[in-house]
Design a protein around this ligand. Structure first.
Ligand code: R5P
Length: 269
C-alpha cells in the first residue's frame, strides 16, 4: 500500500483506540428520503463533530456538509437502482475516481451483492474500483449488501461475501453482525466495520450489537438508522463511541446514553 492510501485509512481510524465510529447517511441513494434523513443537512449537522468518518453520496456531501469539515468522508460510488425494484443488485459505478479525488474524500465505497442476480457485475465493479483506487491512493470499502433479506444472512454467507471482497482487493469491508460473527472476522484478512441494519427495538439492543461486534473482532462500526432514527441521536453516537473507543460495557454505554440525553434545565435568571 502506498503512503497516500495508508494515510487515508489512518484518518478514518484515529490514533488511540485505532477503531472507528463511522456515521452512515448514504441510504437515500436507493431508499429516497428515509425517516429522519429527509433533511440530510439538519440530521448530519449535530452528529458530525462526534463521527470519525461520514459515509454518504456526492450529492449529499455537496449540498449538506460544509466544506470546512475535517471529518473524513467515505464516498458511496455505486448505485443505479431503487427500492421500487425487487432486485436491488443491478448497481453500477455512479461516481468516478477523479470525482472522489476532487472531493478530497478518505475512501470510496460500493456494494457487492454476493449470490444475487447481479453478483458478477457487482464483483467486477469492485475489481475495477480497486484498480482505479490504487492508482490514486484511494482505499476501497466493499459493502456486503443484503438487499431486503438481512434476516437470511448468516455467518457462512457473510464470511463468504467478506472473504470474496477482500480477495478482489477491498481494503476495508462493511458487513452485518450475525451469530458466529468471529468466524466472519477470522476469515477476512482486511478490517471489518459493522453496519447496524434497520432500527432495533431498544437502545440496549443496538448497543449490544456494537459491543458484540467489537468484542468479536470488528475494527469499528458504520451505523446509520440506529443513530439518527433514535430519539436522541447525539446521545446514541456518544454511547457507541464509549463502546468502540473506550471498551465500555453495554450497561456503561446505556449510562452514557442517558447522561447525554438529559435536557439541561433552563438557566436561572
Ligand atoms: C446502506 O444504505 C448502507 O450500506 C448503509 O450505510 C449501511 O447499511 C449502514 O447503515 P445502517 O446502520 O442504517 O444499516
Amino acid at each position: 500500500m502506498g503512503w497516500g492510501l495508508r494515510n487515508r485509512i489512518a484518518r478514518m481510524f484515529p490514533a488511540g483506540s485505532g477503531h472507528s465510529v463511522m456515521l452512515a447517511v448514504d441510504h437515500g441513494y436507493f431508499m429516497g428520503p428515509t425517516r429522519n434523513l429527509e433533511n440530510a443537512a439538519a440530521t448530519i449537522h449535530p452528529l458530525l463533530p462526534h463521527a470519525d468518518a461520514l459515509a454518504l453520496t456526492r450529492g449529499i456531501l455537496r449540498t449538506s456538509v460544509p466544506p470546512t469539515t475535517t471529518t473524513p468522508i467515505v464516498l458511496r460510488v455505486s448505485g443505479g437502482v431503487t427500492i421500487l425494484k425487487d432486485d436491488l443488485s443491478d448497481e453500477t459505478i455512479t461516481t468516478s475516481i477523479e470525482e472522489a479525488v476532487r472531493l478530497n474524500v478518505a475512501a470510496v465505497a460500493l456494494s457487492v451483492f454476493v449470490g444475487s442476480p447481479h453478483e458478477h457485475q457487482s464483483l467486477a465493479n469492485l475489481g475495477e474500483l480497486v484498480d482505479d483506487g490504487e492508482a490514486y491512493g484511494m482505499p476501497v470499502l466493499a459493502i456486503t449488501a443484503v438487499g431486503k433479506e438481512l434476516e437470511k444472512r448468516d455467518a457462512r454467507y457473510l464470511a463468504l461475501a467478506c472473504r470474496v471482497s477482500a480477495e478482489l482487493g477491498a481494503h476495508l469491508v462493511k458487513t452485518y453482525y450475525c451469530d458466529g460473527f468471529s468466524k466472519v472476522v477470522d476469515s477476512c484478512p482486511v478490517p471489518i466495520v459493522v453496519a447496524g441494519g434497520p432500527k432495533l427495538d431498544s437502545i440496549e439492543a443496538a448497543l449490544t450489537l456494537a459491543h458484540n461486534a467489537m468484542a468479536e473482532g470488528a475494527k469499528g462500526i458504520d451505523m446509520g438508522r440506529n443513530i439518527w432514527q433514535s430519539e436522541h441521536p447525539v446521545a446514541m453516537l456518544k454511547a457507541l463511541r464509549a463502546i468502540v473507543h473506550e471498551g465500555a460495557t453495554v450497561r456503561e454505554a446505556v449510562g452514557t446514553f442517558h447522561a447525554a440525553s438529559v435536557v439541561p434545565p433552563p438557566a436561572s435568571r
